[in-house]
Design a protein around this ligand. Structure first.
Ligand code: AMP
Length: 143
């Protein structure tokens, strides 16, 4: 089997993110691959009436991104992944993961089978969407 060169791990900071990290770490080690971490800040602003998206509140958004960067650094450290490239972005999770995989030329994306978006069917919505949209292999770590 050809080893992977560039592995992208999608991190959502749920308690299971540690198990997913362990799988990605093993794979990266076995393949001597570069490991990249991505976290997407999901920010969907709603207006006061809850009907229409409002323009993003710049301050709040910047704060969320800063906090997420710090959390990702802590996560990487706690999981023994200090050497991994870290990337925080914002927008639609599935699209951001796929875009980043494309940008770094990932040949494997690692996600959890389920996260915060509920226990729908066999795969959660992010894993399902990434699987369908990815130009490379996808590992959905069963949770
Ligand atoms: P979910 O769609 O919530 O069931 O999440 C399934 C998996 O998608 C998680 O285990 C993560 O690997 C990934 N994921 C979900 N949300 C994010 C996020 N905001 N940033 C990065 N990865 C995420």
């Amino acid at each position: 089997m050809t080893p992977y060169n560039t592995i992208l791990l999608a991190v959502d900071f749920t308690p299971d993110a540690s198990r997913i990290a362990a799988r990605a770490r093993q794979l990266a080690h076995a393949s001597e691959a570069c490991l990249h971490l991505v976290h997407v800040v999901e920010h969907i602003p709603i207006d006061a009436a809850g009907e229409f998206p409002a323009p993003p509140q710049a301050d709040l958004h910047a704060e969320m991104v800063t906090t997420a960067r710090e959390r990702l650094r802590e996560y990487a450290h706690a999981e023994g992944l200090d050497d991994a490239e870290q990337h925080v972005t914002s927008g639609y999770t599935k699209q951001e993961i796929l875009d980043h995989a494309d940008a770094i030329g990932a040949d494997l994306i690692v996600v959890g089978s389920h996260g915060r978006h509920g226990l729908a069917l066999l795969l959660g919505s992010t894993a399902n969407a990434v699987l369908h949209g990815a130009p490379c292999d996808v590992l959905a770590v069963r949770l």
